[in-house]
Design a protein. Structure first.
Lengths: 83, 665
């Protein structure tokens, strides 16, 4: 089941996703959670480099995430919220 | 009644230091990127006769410990005799900021909330319900302020005092599900039994339930019958669920406008444009530094010439002894005065850096540079200290604290000195103008900034290969809102740097100039006429064989390089003192030095000059930077290794340049 999920690293610009699972070490998980990235939260990809870092908007703030992080965050695409 | 102690706590870049400065009149550095403050600082203020000690702390996202700064802040909040916690909150990103607030409330100490950046909230058309928000946060005082515009400060101080006098501790507004609350209650009882006078029992109980390492180690009581696993995940989602409720009830029109920031970012962090734009911006910074700086320099020169003549004539009329006249004119004015003429260049450089730092662009640089830094095993965040290194290596080394691991820190500290600091600028200005055509002088000087960066990156690359590509830490940085640089902030930043520079000229460079004057004018026989008989010559001559392959085989250069370790500008001062030129940074001064150099060594040409500048770029940083490196790494062995490595790199690269260059020229 785990292998089938897409990661944030494969996410596309301007789409919205829901965080499903953080597959990083404990200290980093804590850090991400403190920054508002806990399971179930919605994020929007603002900008990204093809093979590298990306910028997401989560809980009203912008975060830049490196490849190693985004490749270990499982997400699911969701329809954008009507504003 | 004695004063009370208040800690400013909040997320990085939410304006704690700006508020601290506004309240205490301090002039601490402020900029618009997360992680500017790395140490806690105390200041004092008073309100209605009550003394208030304020403590500014590095920004944190949570009370768990991840980076060094977070440990500093958590320790300060937990251990120190803090009476009131002043939680500074960026009102424009309330949702994320409240996560820390909920944790602070659980501590059970009095908390006052300062809603900072209310102007941005208004600008974006958002509204905050100032009645509902405190209600949902356990009736703590919530005060809207603007630290930058200095509004709401009196109300804030009043709220702090009043809240303290009431001694009303925060209520526990957040209730966890029953099965967690039961465990918390049990743990609280256990805490009470073992540590009867412990404050914030509930917070400790929750941390034990989250399996927090530090709290567990500090309280070695057996809790395994209650804590069968870590309940961290549930506790965190409870907090966020509650915050979502707060935001829903107290924050309106959140999605009204697309922030301007996102429009700017579509260019500056664009996949293809990002890097070229960054290089252009840095190019403009250095162009301004050299071009505008040189333009202003002319006025300084006239003034300095006037001073030299007046003093020199004055001393002659007063029949002051020859030794003293020589000390004042050849030693002090020559050594210190020459350095002062670079003030315009330094001013422009720091002005540009201050504007860059305060605009919010710095965090974007970390993103833009992440791919390149990734190839050398560092995250883009490691590039921030490197940019600060263009200003001064000392704060740059301290900024490495924001990096997550000790390994990354040491690696970044190793390569940061290769970034050409402002003290090395006078060396480039003088020697590039002296030996190169006016048209190319600027380009020659600029080349050292590029070489420094390249050497730094290659060093990190080799280190990474030696470590066999261990998993590197990934970039994780918040990108703040862009804003127009604040005039006060920029002024404080630049003024401090200028003051540092003048202080350095008055102390380190002053003393070093006297020392250089002494070792060059005295020998075993007393005061000598010919510097070649001086102590300095004796020392320098010993090093000539080593420097010869690098094209630097003159004892004067050896003396200049050694004295340059005390501060890099002194390389220029020593040349001035060596050749008795009052203002090395003037056309006449340069011509005099050039004539003198050629009298000593006719073969000394542009290639040698280039090698000299290259060596100055790469060899050991100044004493202040070395001391900082030792303090920051806490290891003498590491510091010595770095120094030896840097001298070797400098010697090898300079020698190669000279030997290869000699084949063609």
């Amino acid at each position: 089941m785990e292998g089938e999920n897409m990661t944030l690293f494969e996410a596309s610009k301007e789409k919205e996703y829901e965080i499903k699972n953080l597959l990083v070490e404990e200290a980093v998980t804590r850090r991400l959670q403190a920054l508002g990235l806990n399971d179930g939260v919605r994020v929007r990809v603002l900008n990204r480099k093809k093979k590298g870092a990306l910028i997401i908007k989560v809980r009203g703030t912008r975060l830049a995430l490196g490849k190693h992080l985004s490749a270990n965050i499982e997400v699911e695409e969701v329809q954008p919220c009507p504003v | 009644m004695s004063g009370i102690k208040v800690a400013c706590v909040g997320n990085p870049n939410c304006g704690k230091t700006t508020l601290f400065n506004a309240l205490t009149g301090a002039k601490l550095k402020v900029a618009n990127w997360p992680g500017v403050t790395v140490e806690k600082v105390e200041g004092a203020t008073s309100y209605e006769g009550q003394e208030i000690t304020l403590v500014d702390t590095p920004g944190i996202y949570s009370l768990t410990c991840y980076t060094i700064e977070e440990k500093v802040t958590r320790k300060c909040v937990m251990d120190d005799d803090i009476d009131v916690i002043l939680n500074v909150v960026d009102a424009s990103s309330l949702e994320r900021n409240l996560y820390l607030t909920l944790q602070l409330l659980e501590l059970g100490k009095p908390v006052v909330l300062a809603l900072n950046m209310m102007d941005i909230v208004k600008e974006r058309g958002m509204e905050i319900d100032l009645h509902r928000l405190p209600e949902m946060l356990g009736d703590i005082p919530v005060v809207p302020v603007s630290a930058a515009k200095r509004t709401g400060l009196g109300v804030l101080l009043h709220a702090i005092l009043h809240h303290y006098e009431e001694q009303k501790n925060a209520e526990y507004i957040l209730e966890y599900p029953e099965y967690i609350e039961e465990k918390i209650a049990k743990l609280e009882v256990m805490m009470q039994a073992h540590y009867p006078d412990h404050s914030s029992r509930r917070w400790h109980a929750i941390k034990l339930l989250e399996d927090d390492e530090e709290v567990r180690e500090e309280h070695p009581i057996s809790v395994t019958n209650v804590v069968d696993r870590s309940y961290e995940k549930e506790i965190i989602s409870c907090k966020y669920d509650y915050i979502e409720k707060v935001v829903k009830e107290a924050l309106f029109y959140q999605h009204n406008k697309t922030p301007v920031t996102e429009k700017i970012d579509s260019y500056l962090t664009n996949e293809w444009l990002g890097l070229p734009l960054f290089l252009c911006i840095m190019g403009v910074v250095f162009f301004l530094t050299f071009a505008v700086g040189d333009f202003l320099k002319g006025y300084f020169e006239v003034f300095l010439g006037l001073v030299t003549n007046t003093v020199s004539e004055g001393l002659t009329t007063l029949h002051v002894s020859k030794v003293l006249t020589s000390l004042i004119v050849d030693g002090i004015i020559t050594g210190v005065g020459g350095i002062l003429t670079f003030l315009p260049n330094i001013f422009i450089l720091f002005l540009a850096l201050a504007i860059l730092e305060d605009s919010g662009y710095m965090a974007r640089v970390a993103y833009v540079m992440d791919s390149i830094m990734g190839h050398v095993g560092l995250s883009g965040k490691a590039f921030l200290p490197m940019i600060l290194g263009f200003g001064c290596t000392v704060p740059a080394l301290m900024a490495t604290r924001a990096l997550e691991t000790e390994r990354d820190r040491r690696k970044t500290m190793l390569i940061t000195p290769f970034m050409s600091c402002s003290a090395r600028l006078p060396i480039y200005v003088i020697f590039s103008q002296m030996f190169f055509d006016k048209k190319y002088a600027g380009l020659v000087a600029f080349s050292f900034y590029v070489i420094g960066m390249v050497v730094a990156v290659i060093t990190a690359f080799v280190m990474n290969k030696l470590e066999k590509g261990r998993e590197n830490d990934s970039l994780l940085i918040e990108l703040p809102e862009y804003k127009r640089p604040n005039a006060r902030t920029v002024f404080i930043y630049v003024w401090k740097k200028i003051k540092d520079y003048l202080t350095k000229a008055g102390t380190t460079i002053f003393i070093a100039s006297i020392c250089i004057w002494f070792i060059l004018n005295f020998g075993v026989t007393g005061m000598v006429e010919n510097p070649a008989d001086s102590f300095g010559a004796a020392i320098g001559k010993g090093l000539v064989p080593l420097l010869k392959p690098a094209g630097l085989g003159m004892w004067q250069i050896a003396v200049a390089l050694i004295s340059g370790i005390s501060a890099k500008e002194i390389v220029v001062s020593s040349f001035a003192v060596l050749f008795g030129v009052a203002n090395a940074n003037s056309t006449d001064g340069m011509a005099a030095i050039l004539a003198n150099v050629h009298a000593q060594n006719p073969a000394f040409g542009p290639l040698n000059a280039y090698c000299l500048m290259l060596f100055c770029l790469l060899y050991v940083p100044c004493v202040a930077a070395i001391a900082t490196m030792y303090k920051e790494s806490g290891s003498l062995k590491y510091t010595l290794k770095v120094l030896i490595f840097e001298i070797l790199v400098a010697w090898i690269l300079t020698t190669c340049t000279f030997q290869i260059g000699s084949l063609f020229l």
